[in-house]
Structures are given as C-alpha cells and as structure tokens.
Ligand binder design. Structure first.
Ligand SMILES: Cc1cc2nc3c(=O)[nH]c(=O)nc-3n(C[C@H](O)[C@H](O)[C@H](O)COP(=O)(O)OP(=O)(O)OC[C@H]3O[C@@H](n4cnc5c(N)ncnc54)[C@H](O)[C@@H]3O)c2cc1C
Length: 227
C-alpha cells in the first residue's frame, strides 16, 4: 500500500522514484496466494521492483543488507514489517502474551490485575491473536469505557465479542483498491471509492462540532462502527 502510494506521489510530482519492495519469502502473506500474486504483478507493471525472496536483515546509514549478503543503497527506507507493542507494556510487570502484548480477559482487563484495562493493538486475548486493525480498537473503545465506569460503580461489565469478519481495503495508489472480506475479494475503482468514503465519514464523525459544546451525560452507544 505504501509502495503503491509512493509511486503515485512520484508521478504526481513528476519525479518518479525508484521503488523496491523487499517482502521476504512470501510478500503479502496475509492474502491468498493468487490475490497476493495479482497485487505484486500490478506493482511490477508500474515499475516497482518486488524481487522474490529478498529478506532485509539490517539497515545502516542508508544501506540495506539482504539475507543473501547483497547490499543495496536507499535514500529513504520505510519499514512496514509489522506492528509490535510499545516497550512500555513489557515494563508493567503484568502478564504478557507471546508477542509482548498485554494479556487481557474478555472484559479488557489485565489477567494480572483487574483494575488495569487495555484495548487496541497492545492487547491479546487467549487463543488466536486478533489482527491489529483499527476496527477492533474502535469497537473496543466503548466497551473499555463502559467497563471502567462499571468497575467503579460496581455494575455489570460488558464482554468484548470480536467480530469474525471485517472489511479490509488496500489502497493500490492508482485510484483502485483491493477489498477483502470473509474470503471474498474485489479489485477495482469501486473498492477504492468505498475506502475513501468510509475513511472520510469516519474522520468527519470526529471533527469538532461547530455548535456550542454540551456536556455528554449518556454512555457512548455501542452501535458506532468503523467498517
Ligand atoms: C500504515 C498503517 C495503515 C493502517 N490502515 C488501517 C486501515 O485502513 N484500517 C484499519 O482498520 N486499521 C488500519 N491500521 C491499523 C490501525 O491504525 C491500528 O489498529 C489502530 O490505530 C490501533 O489503535 P490503538 O489506539 O490501539 O493504537 P495507536 O493508534 O497506535 O495509538 C497508540 C498511541 O500510544 C502512544 N504511545 C506509545 N507509547 C507510549 C508511551 N510510552 N506513553 C504515552 N503514549 C504512548 C502512541 O504514540 C500512539 O499515539 C493501519 C496501521 C498502519 C500503521
């Protein structure tokens, strides 16, 4: 997504960049093989190099070293190799999941201290880890607020029930997108327009209201959603 958008930016500035994506043995590993191959083919057709099996082992002073020992100079390096919890989590002295995230129960409480609540990318439940996507962070927000207030008031807590499927749309930087949901996929302009509309609507919902401020008295509604 970043490579595709940078390529678009270079064309728009009339200064095409030379872009290489190093994706290890299996770039876009979260996608089914034919879908990943289609995206990589589309990137290559736009002049983006995506060598097979090239894995970066270090970056020093603008020089990438690859696993096979080759080196490659770069003016600008973007590391998009995945998210890791912030180091502050490890220093809390609370139970962690294998990837260093805070281990929580379905009520978004630390399994080591029920007075500590957490949500978003920095947590892990028992079982399969949830993908680190905004849709979970956004939907956990009203649950964590409810539960923190409820724990102070001594009222029932609410379980966070993660949805099984969610819509992902990858911006391919050429006014098209790749939409994925529940094993189905769609690539084209419509996917990009949908992503743009969802993102704009979501951001607009967080812009300050120009009408005079009022103090909210109700708990937030759980119906608010992203995608
Ligand atoms: C390039 C990119 C594109 C993405 N696109 C999408 C998308 O299209 N759709 C989607 O659903 N999700 C997307 N995501 C994922 C989504 O952004 C995250 O899942 C979501 O932001 C997680 O929310 P969060 O509040 O848990 O963490 P964050 O939004 O990362 O917020 C954590 C905050 O904690 C702060 N922080 C860290 N350490 C400390 C500290 N020690 N003290 C104080 N503050 C600290 C950080 O600065 C940050 O502001 C994308 C992520 C990336 C990186």
């Amino acid at each position: 997504e970043i490579a595709a958008s940078l390529e678009r930016l270079g064309r728009r500035l009339n200064a095409p960049f030379s872009i290489t994506v190093h994706g290890g043995d299996r770039p876009l590993a979260d996608l089914a093989k034919p879908i990943a191959a289609g995206v990589i083919h589309a990137l290559r057709r736009r002049g983006i190099a995506a060598p097979d099996g090239s894995r970066v082992v270090s970056v020093d002073d603008g020089v990438l070293t690859l696993a096979d020992g080759r080196t490659e100079p770069a003016d600008f390096v973007v590391n998009a190799s995945g998210l890791a919890p912030a180091p502050v989590i490890a220093g809390l002295g609370l139970p962690l999941a294998g990837d260093g995230s805070l281990h929580v129960d379905p009520w978004l409480r630390s399994t080591g201290d029920p007075a500590i609540f957490a949500a978003g990318d920095c947590i892990a439940f028992d079982g399969a880890p949830l993908p680190r996507v905004g849709v979970y962070a956004v939907r956990q927000a009203p649950v964590i607020l409810h539960n923190m207030l409820a724990s102070l008031e001594g009222t029932p807590l609410m379980r966070f029930e993660p949805q099984k499927h969610f819509l992902t749309i990858m911006n391919l930087g050429d006014d098209t997108g790749l939409a994925l949901r529940a094993g189905l996929h769609w690539r084209g302009r419509l996917a990009w327009r949908l992503k743009d509309a969802i993102d704009r609507r979501f951001l607009a919902s967080h812009r300050p209201d120009p009408t005079p401020a009022t103090v909210p008295t109700d708990r937030p509604e759980l119906s608010r959603s992203q995608s």
